[in-house]
Design a protein around this ligand. Structure first.
Ligand code: HDE
Length: 692
């Protein structure tokens, strides 16, 4: 039998007809390649006549436009993403045979998408919410998707409860609000009835859910995964991302104001940081442990509502992630990116965490529904960068053109000189870890949870007691705020009755803040135990007093001293910070000495909430004039109330007085700004806010 010819159409070949019809690369065509002569006027029967159906270009253009949207993600709909690189900084072949961890210095491209969870694609960036941190590693042995969050635990233990959780937090079913907010009846009703959510609730009510930027969040794989080495030995592993810039959050009042000032605050921050070459970085940390260790812990490592304190198993840093390129097209890349927790590579395997197990089939299903076809993996952002071939064929939107007859296996076509197609390999192929250890032996088929899953409070208590007193006050206040939005009295009472199992002081602070008599303590399925507090769980204990990656708003006006501004700007930039010039008018303003200066933003549109610290260089007369400008007074008032560094000149003092800014270690002369840094001055907070 003759060998079938390669019938693949050679790309970009026009035959010699092409030579007769040369046209420029920029010629506008329709989607079928027809050159067009007019993109302004549709085809009409006469200048004032009806539009003709035969206008194929009008029809195609509107048809395509009408179908531009695809279903948004049911959760994590609002996201921002970037390309980058992952570099292995420590080889760990003793733990895993995963291709990217075999050699120090080995690298692979990555795509990371950050997201909020509850809001729709068009919602604001700064609600109180968990943040998604999904990373696609394009490794030489296929794509590995680490689809995690900025919190190491989750609300629920079993995938079966996920639709209930999401329904409860989303807009209420009858009224269609609130958007992107957990502060409403149905969420707290569900939470109050699900004591397993209490640990996650402690994190959700902490400052972790109002992060300053995506660049300042940690990331967690959440579930326990498994590493498998070349000898087939398995160990459990937890994955952590640690931001090189350090953790940082906003205060609630600030987050709310940012939502109004710049709904795209996090998206813009990520984009602009990458554009100015200030590439965000994270270290990849792992916690590796075995079944024997796991079986001795007072919690179950398969329970996604539990974490492993770093003091028990310290992180080993094994890699560095750098985001260095913005997407070229938001839809093609950010929107069409499809993450699958089932995307693991040889050397990484799953555990029996029942939440993870549910995710393994959920995401594949989701992609078919969002992207419309089983061939979603061929979209460039989702396609592996290593070769991939198998015998799967056809389907909607097939863009690959496999050649030959081998679309089944086994086949012996190679013996006749034809292409036989790829084959599975025991040596390099993915093998599922053969479980051993009695704890995980398949047993009877039961709808049941392991015994230790019923400890709902010990780690919630661990988290609360690991915070600074200021952070504890933030948590109590967040609970008061959220529960005050709840209109069902019995829901409020139930939640507070659960808090009593976490910490009596927390419960009474919240009850007091709600003007609620302290309810009876809820019955706990298992009495909580006291665990050793962990500093790694606190943001404030880990905050870095750095200028690096931070943005300072510098206020000036007509007659400001140009040399002082230049000097201050240079000092901030030298320390790794960025400066954003703010003035009452955006056009070039005359300066005292030197050239006129143009602002990056107008004062009313650049409130201090969008900066990490503020500075001012103002002529006394201008400062005096600005005391009558609400935007200027609010600028300092907010910076003060949000515990930020205020670095001012002598001329600014009248404005500071008007804004009721009192001198403290964070209110300094501008020459001291770099020394003081952009760290928040929490000691100031009791002066400006009545916390629960
Ligand atoms: Fe997701 N989740 N999830 N999730 N999740 C989705 O998948 C789901 C869970 C997470 O930037 C969806 O592609 C189920 C835990 C992130 O594109 C959907 C369960 C964690 C992202 C889905 C969970 C996550 C998603 C929506 C319970 C933290 C955004 C669109 C079994 C470890 C990824 C999509 C991106 C997205 C289902 C639980 C994180 C609906 C059924 C736990 C970061 O398929």
């Amino acid at each position: 039998m003759p060998k079938p010819k390669d019938r693949t159409t050679p790309k970009e070949t026009l035959g010699n007809a092409g030579e007769l019809h040369q046209r420029s690369e920029t010629a506008l065509t329709d989607n079928h390649g027809h050159p067009l002569s007019d993109n302004q006027n549709s085809l009409k029967a006469g200048a004032r006549g009806p539009t003709l159906l035969e206008d194929f270009f009008l029809r195609e253009k509107i048809f395509h436009f009408d179908h531009e949207r695809i279903p948004e993600r049911i959760v994590h709909a609002r996201g921002s993403a970037a390309h980058g690189e992952f570099v292995c900084t420590k080889a760990i072949p003793q733990y895993t045979k995963a291709s990217i961890f075999q050699k120090k210095g080995a690298s692979c491209p990555v795509f990371v998408r950050f997201s909020t969870v509850a809001g729709g694609a068009g919602s604001v960036d700064t609600p109180r919410d968990v943040r998604g941190f999904a990373t696609k590693f394009y490794t030489p042995t296929g794509n590995w998707d680490l689809v995690g969050n900025n919190i190491p635990v989750f609300f629920i233990q079993d995938a079966l409860k996920f639709p209930d959780l999401v329904h409860s937090v989303k807009m209420e079913a009858d009224r269609g609000y609130p958007q992107a907010a957990s502060a409403h009846d149905t969420f707290w009703d569900f939470i109050g009835l699900m004591p397993e959510s209490m640990h996650m609730i402690m994190w959700a009510m902490s400052d972790r859910t109002i992060p300053r930027t995506f660049r300042n969040i940690e990331g967690f794989g959440v579930h326990t995964f498994r590493f498998v080495n070349a000898s087939g030995e398995g160990r459990f592993v937890k994955f952590h991302w640690r931001p090189v810039l350090g953790l940082e959050s906003t205060v609630w009042d600030e987050a709310v104001k940012i939502a109004g000032a710049d709904p795209d605050f996090h998206r813009r921050d990520l984009y602009e940081a990458i554009e100015r070459g200030d590439f965000p970085q994270w270290d990849l940390g792992i916690q590796v442990f075995d079944e024997a260790w796991a079986s001795k812990q007072p919690y179950d490592v398969l329970d996604a509502t539990k974490l492993i304190p770093e003091e028990e198993i310290p992180l080993e840093i094994v890699g560095r992630l750098t985001l260095n390129r913005n997407p070229s097209n938001f839809f093609a890349e950010t929107e069409q990116s499809a993450f699958l927790p089932s995307n693991v590579i040889p050397g990484i395997d799953f555990s029996n965490d029942p939440l993870l197990q549910g995710r393994l089939f959920s995401y594949l299903d989701t992609q078919k529904s969002r992207l419309g076809t089983t061939n979603f993996h061929q979209i460039p952002i989702n396609a592996p960068k290593c070769p991939f071939h198998n015998f799967q064929r056809d389907g909607m939107m097939q863009t690959m053109v496999p050649s030959g007859r081998a679309n089944y296996e086994p086949n012996s076509l190679a013996e006749a000189g034809e292409e036989g197609g790829p084959r599975a390999s025991r040596e390099v192929g993915f093998t599922t870890f053969a479980e051993n250890g009695e704890r995980n032996q398949p047993e009877e088929k039961l709808r049941i949870r392991p015994e230790l899953f019923s400890d709902h409070y010990s780690q919630a208590r661990l988290f609360y007691r690991s915070q600074t007193s200021n952070e504890q006050a933030h948590m109590a206040s967040a609970l008061v705020f959220e529960l005050s939005k709840v209109t069902l009295e019995h829901v409020r009472v139930r939640v507070v009755s659960r808090l009593r199992n976490i910490d009596e002081d927390l419960a009474s602070r919240v009850a007091k803040g709600l003007a609620l008599p302290l309810p009876a303590k809820a019955e706990a399925a298992k009495e909580p135990i006291d665990m050793k507090p962990s500093d790694a769980l606190s943001i404030q204990k880990k905050a870095k007093a750095t200028m690096k990656g931070r943005k300072v708003g510098l206020l000036f006006s007509e007659g400001s001293d140009r040399a002082t501004i230049d000097e201050l700007k240079a000092a901030i930039e030298k320390a790794g910070g960025a400066v954003f010039l703010v003035a009452p008018k955006v056009g070039a303003l005359p300066m005292k000495g030197g050239q006129p200066l143009k602002a990056d933003g107008q004062l009313a549109g650049s409130p201090s909430v969008v900066f990490d610290a503020v500075a001012s260089v103002l002529a006394p007369a201008e400062a005096q004039r600005l005391t009558k400008d609400g935007a200027a007074v609010q600028w300092f008032m907010d910076a003060y109330a949000h515990c930020k560094t205020i670095a001012h000149c002598d001329g600014t003092k009248v404005l500071l007085e008007k804004a009721h800014v009192e001198k403290d270690e964070g209110v300094v002369h501008h020459s001291e700004l770099v020394k003081v840094g952009t760290k928040r001055h929490w000691a100031r907070e009791p002066k400006v806010r009545d916390l629960a």
